[in-house]
Write a protein that binds this ligand. Structure first.
Ligand code: 26Q
Length: 811
C-alpha cells in the first residue's frame, strides 16, 4: 500500500468538505465543530478502511494464520489522535483544518472516551490491538458494543455516585456497521438426544433467538501495512412479523416487538473486583463468544475450506475467563453444525485456544451456578458435563483414589461451573501477566494442572502501547529523546536504552527536569479547568491512579498522608518538601468499602485545606472520573508513581510501566511487574518497600495479628486516632474497625504490617527530591532508558512466537 503520509493537505480538505456536504448538508462555513469533528473522523475512517482492504488482499493471498482476541472489554479511550499520529497525517490535517479555523487539538477535545472497559485488563486489550497492527500481524479483536461504557464518576460530598456514560453520540462515527456479518445467538429452550445409525443426533428447540449485529472499528499501527479490526457485537431483537395478525387488521399488535434481547449489549458490568453470577452477564459472555465463533468459522470456511485446518489458520485467545464459553461453543459448532466427532472436535479446540489469567484472588475467579447454565444454555451445559466427565475419567486413571486432588481440577463441582479450570483444560497454553504472577499461578490455583501439564504454562509480561503513552502524550519528552538518540524507539522501544548514555549529561538532565515541570504545569491547568482545584507545579506530584481496591492499598497511601498531616499539625512551620498527593480511581458501584476509602481521601483533603499554612506543603487532590484521557495528561506530570499493592496480589499492573516510561520514580512493593521493573532499572533507581510475596504468605499462615502492629507502632496509633476523631467533621470508625477488628480478619491487606516500611521509604524519596534535583533527574532518566522492555510490541511478539505461532505479514 502506498504510504498514507503522501496524502496532502489539499486532499484532506477535499475529503472533509465532501463529508460535510454529503452527511450534514452544510458548507464549511456553516458547519458546527461537532460536524467538522465527525467529518474528520469519517475521512480518517475511509483512509483506514482502504488501508485495511489492501492488507486484507495480501492476507488472503498469503493465507497467513490470524489471531482472534476475545475480550469482554476494550478500554480504547480516544482514537482520533492515535490514528492521525500512527498514520503520519498530523501535518496534513493540521494545515487542512486552518481552512476551518480549527486546530487538531480542538477536534481531539470533541471526542468522548470509548470506555468499554473497567481498567487494566481492558486497556491491555486496547494496547495489544495497536501493537498487533504495528507488528503487521493479522489480528481481530472481538467484544461487545455496549451502549454505555464504564459509568461516569461523580463525587458528591465525598461519596461516589455513578452516571451513565453516553459515548455513542460522539463515538459511533468510528464504527462501520457490517450487516453482512450478522448472525443469531440462541438462548434457553430444550435439547433432545437421539441415537441414529450415523451416531448421536442432537436437536435443540424452543430457544429464543437474538440477532448479533457487527460493528467494525479500525485500529491503525505505526508505519506498517496492517490495520487491526475490532469487531463489536450489538444485540438486536429479531422481529417476526405475525402476518396473520396483520391480515386481521391488528396492525399495532403486529408491530409490537419484545424488547428483552437488546438489553444484552446495554451496559458494561462495572465490577473488576469480585465475581457475581448474574444471568445477564452470562448472556453477555455467551453472546460474545457465540457470535464471534460463528464469524470465525464462516470466514475460515470461506477462505480455506475444511475446519480441520482451523488450528493452522487461527489462534483464538481468551482474555481471562470471561470468554471461556468459547470452548464448549466451538465444540458445539464443530459437532452439531459441522458433523465432527467429539475427539476430532476436542483436538481442534485444544490446539486453537490459549488463555491468559489476570488474577489469583479467589473472589474474582468466575464460577457459574450449574443450573443457571442448564437453563440459559442447555446444549452448552451438556457439553460442559461431557468435558468434565472425560477429564475426570482421565484423572481417575492416572491418580486413582485421589478424590480431593481430582475434584480441585474438575470443571463442575458442587453445582458450580469453574471457568478457570475450563480455560486451562480447553487451551494449549496458559499464561500469567508478569514473571511473579506466572510463578504464583503454577504454585497456587493451577498447581494440579501444572503437575500434569508443566509445558502448558508460560509467562508473557504485560506491555503498553508506548506510542500512545509516551509519543502522543509526551511530545516534549520525545523531542528530547529524538535529539539524544534519534526516533528509532518509536518502532523499537528497546532503543530507549541508548538514553542511558546521557545519565551524567547535565544539560540533558536539566532539560528533562524542565520537561517534567512543563507537564506538571499542563496538568495543573487541566485540573483547574476541570475541577477548579489549585495545584502548585513546584510541589512534588505523588500519584496513585488505578481502580479503587483494598488490595491496591490506596488506604496505605492515605495513612501515610495522615501521618504527614500529624507532623505538620504538631509543627506547622516544619520545613518539608511541598507535596501534592493526587488520586484518580473509580470504585465498582457496589463496593462499599472502596467507596468509604474515596470518602476518607476527599474528607482528608478538605480538612487539610482548613490550615492554609499546612495546605501549602501538603495538598491532596481527588480527581473525579479518572479515565484514559485523564491518564494521558496525569501520567507525564507525575514525579512519584505509587505501586503499593500487597505483594502477591497485583497480577502485573500496567500503569506502573506508563509512569516509568514518562520518567516518574516508583515507590512500590515487589509485586506484579514491579519486580521486573526493579530488575531492569536497578535497586538504586526504584524505591522498594514492604513485605515480599513469600513473607506475606508466611505471615498469613502463622496468623496475621493486626492489633500487634497497632500496639507496637505509635505512628500507626496516631493515624488511627486521627481517623477516629475524624476529618472535616466526619469520623472514619468503619475504616479503623476494618483495620483493627474487621471480620473475618482485621486489616486483610496488611496496611499496618507495611506501614513503617512505606513511611520511611516515602520519607527517603521525598528527601531525595528536596535535596538533590540532579540525582532525581538522573534516576528519572534511568527509568525512561530501562522502560523499553515494557512496550506492548515486545509482549505481542512473545505471544506471536510462543503461543499463537503467528507470523508477521511482510508485503
Ligand atoms: C467478572 C465477572 C463478572 C463481572 C465482571 C468481571 C470482571 C471484569 C473485569 C472481573 C475482572 C475484570 C478486570 C480485571 C483486571 O483488570 N485485571 C488486571 O489486569 C491487568 C492486565 O493484565 C493487570 O495488570 C492487573 O494486575 C489486573 O488486576
Amino acid at each position: 500500500m502506498s504510504s498514507t503520509k503522501s496524502i496532502t493537505e489539499k486532499e484532506v480538505q477535499t475529503l472533509i468538505q465532501g463529508k460535510l456536504s454529503r452527511y450534514f448538508g452544510v458548507s464549511p462555513k456553516e458547519a458546527s465543530i461537532d460536524q467538522i469533528y465527525k467529518a474528520v473522523v469519517m475521512s480518517v475512517r475511509d483512509i483506514l478502511l482502504e488501508k485495511r482492504q489492501q492488507f486484507h488482499k495480501v492476507m488472503k493471498s498469503k493465507k497467513g494464520k490470524r489471531v482472534y482476541y476475545l475480550c469482554m472489554e476494550f478500554l480504547l479511550g480516544r482514537s482520533l489522535k492515535n490514528n492521525i499520529y500512527n498514520l503520519g497525517l498530523g501535518d496534513a490535517y493540521s494545515k487542512a483544518l486552518k481552512y476551518f479555523n480549527l486546530t487538531l487539538e480542538d477536534l481531539y477535545e470533541q471526542e468522548p472516551d470509548a470506555g468499554l472497559g473497567n481498567g487494566g485488563l481492558g486497556r491491555l486489550a486496547a494496547c495489544f490491538m495497536d501493537a498487533l497492527a504495528t507488528g503487521n500481524y493479522p489480528a481481530m479483536g472481538y467484544s461487545i458494543r455496549y451502549d454505555y461504557g464504564l459509568f461516569k464518576q461523580k463525587i458528591v460530598d465525598g461519596w461516589q455516585t455513578e452516571l451513565p456514560d453516553i459515548w455513542l453520540p460522539g463515538g459511533e462515527v468510528w464504527l462501520t456497521q457490517r450487516s453482512d456479518k450478522s448472525c443469531t445467538v440462541k438462548f434457553d429452550g430444550w435439547v433432545k438426544e437421539d441415537w441414529t445409525e450415523t451416531g448421536l443426533k442432537v436437536t435443540y428447540g424452543g430457544y429464543k433467538e437474538v440477532e448479533a449485529v457487527a460493528y467494525d472499528m479500525m485500529i491503525s499501527g505505526k508505519d506498517c501495512e496492517a490495520v487491526s479490526v475490532l469487531r463489536l457485537w450489538r444485540a438486536r431483537n429479531i422481529s417476526h412479523f405475525d402476518m396473520k395478525l396483520f391480515s386481521q387488521g391488528d396492525y399495532l399488535r403486529c408491530m409490537q416487538e419484545e424488547n428483552e434481547a437488546e438489553v444484552i449489549s446495554k451496559v458494561l458490568y462495572p465490577a473488576d473486583d469480585h465475581y457475581e453470577g448474574k444471568s445477564l452477564r452470562l448472556k453477555q459472555q455467551y453472546f460474545l463468544v457465540s457470535a464471534s465463533l460463528q464469524n470465525i468459522i464462516n470466514d475460515h470456511k470461506h477462505r480455506y475450506g475444511p475446519l480441520s485446518l482451523l488450528p493452522q489458520q487461527a489462534a483464538i485467545h481468551i482474555n481471562d475467563t470471561h470468554p471461556a464459553l468459547a470452548i464448549p461453543e466451538l465444540m458445539r459448532l464443530l459437532m452439531d453444525e459441522n458433523g465432527f466427532t467429539w475427539d476430532d472436535a476436542w483436538n481442534i479446540v485444544t490446539s486453537t485456544f490459549a488463555y491468559t489469567n489476570h488474577t489469583v484472588m479467589a473472589e474474582a475467579l468466575e464460577t457459574w451456578q450449574e443450573d443457571l447454565i442448564a437453563r440459559r444454555l442447555p446444549r452448552i451445559h451438556m457439553i460442559l458435563k461431557e468435558i468434565n466427565r472425560r477429564f475426570c475419567n482421565d484423572l481417575w486413571a492416572r491418580f486413582p483414589g485421589q478424590h480431593q486432588f481430582i475434584d480441585s481440577m474438575a470443571v463442575i463441582s458442587n453445582g458450580q461451573v469453574r471457568m478457570a479450570n475450563l480455560s486451562v483444560i480447553g487451551s494449549h497454553k496458559v499464561n500469567g501477566v508478569s514473571a511473579l504472577h506466572s510463578e504464583i499461578i503454577k504454585k497456587s490455583i493451577f498447581n494440579g494442572f501444572y503437575q500434569i501439564w508443566p509445558e502448558k504454562f508460560t509467562n508473557v509480561t504485560n506491555g503498553i502501547a508506548h506510542r500512545r503513552w509516551l509519543c502522543q502524550s509526551n511530545p516534549e519528552l520525545c523531542e528530547l529523546l529524538n535529539d539524544c538518540i534519534g526516533d528509532g524507539y518509536v518502532k523499537d522501544a528497546q532503543q530507549l536504552s541508548q538514553f542511558k548514555k546521557f545519565e551524567d549529561d547535565q544539560s540533558v538532565l536539566k532539560r528533562l527536569a524542565e520537561i517534567k515541570h512543563t507537564k506538571k504545569k499542563q496538568f495543573a491547568d487541566y485540573a483547574y479547568k476541570k475541577e477548579g482545584v489549585v495545584i502548585d507545579p513546584d510541589s512534588v506530584f505523588d500519584v496513585q491512579a488505578k481502580r479503587m481496591h483494598e488490595y491496591k492499598r490506596q488506604l496505605l497511601n492515605a495513612m501515610n498522608i495522615i501521618s504527614l498531616y500529624a507532623e505538620l499539625l504538631d509543627d506547622p512551620n516544619k520545613n518539608i518538601q511541598p507535596q501534592t498527593f493526587i488520586f484518580g480511581a473509580k470504585a465498582a458501584s457496589g463496593y462499599l468499602r472502596a467507596k468509604q476509602f474515596i470518602k476518607l481521601i476527599c474528607f482528608l483533603a478538605e480538612d487539610i485545606k482548613k490550615h492554609p499554612k499546612i495546605h501549602e506543603k501538603l495538598n491532596v487532590v481527588y480527581m473525579e472520573n479518572y479515565n484514559v484521557t485523564m491518564a494521558e495528561t496525569m501520567i507525564p506530570a507525575t514525579d512519584v508513581s505509587e505501586q503499593i499493592s500487597l505483594a502477591g496480589k497485583e497480577a502485573s499492573g500496567t500503569s506502573n510501566m506508563k509512569f516509568m516510561m514518562n520518567g516518574a520514580i516508583t515507590i512500590g512493593t515487589l509485586d506484579g511487574a514491579n519486580v521486573e521493573m526493579s530488575e531492569v532499572v536497578g535497586q538504586d533507581n526504584i524505591f522498594i518497600f514492604g513485605l515480599r510475596a513469600e513473607e506475606v504468605e508466611e505471615m498469613w499462615s502463622k496468623g496475621y495479628n493486626a492489633s500487634l502492629q497497632y500496639n507496637q507502632n505509635p505512628l500507626i496509633r496516631r493515624v488511627i486516632e486521627m481517623m477516629l476523631r475524624g476529618f472535616n467533621g466526619e469520623s472514619f470508625s468503619e475504616i479503623t474497625n476494618y483495620l483493627l477488628t474487621g471480620a473475618p480478619v482485621a486489616d486483610p491487606y496488611m496496611c499496618m504490617a507495611d506501614f513503617e516500611s512505606y513511611h520511611t521509604t516515602q520519607k527517603k524519596i521525598k528527601d531525595l527530591y528536596a535535596e538533590d534535583k540532579m540525582r532525581w533527574s538522573k534516576i528519572s532518566l534511568n527509568n525512561i532508558a530501562a522502560s523499553g522492555i515494557f512496550s506492548a510490541d515486545r509482549s505481542i511478539k512473545e505471544y506471536a512466537d510462543n503461543i499463537w505461532h503467528l507470523k508477521a505479514l511482510k508485503v
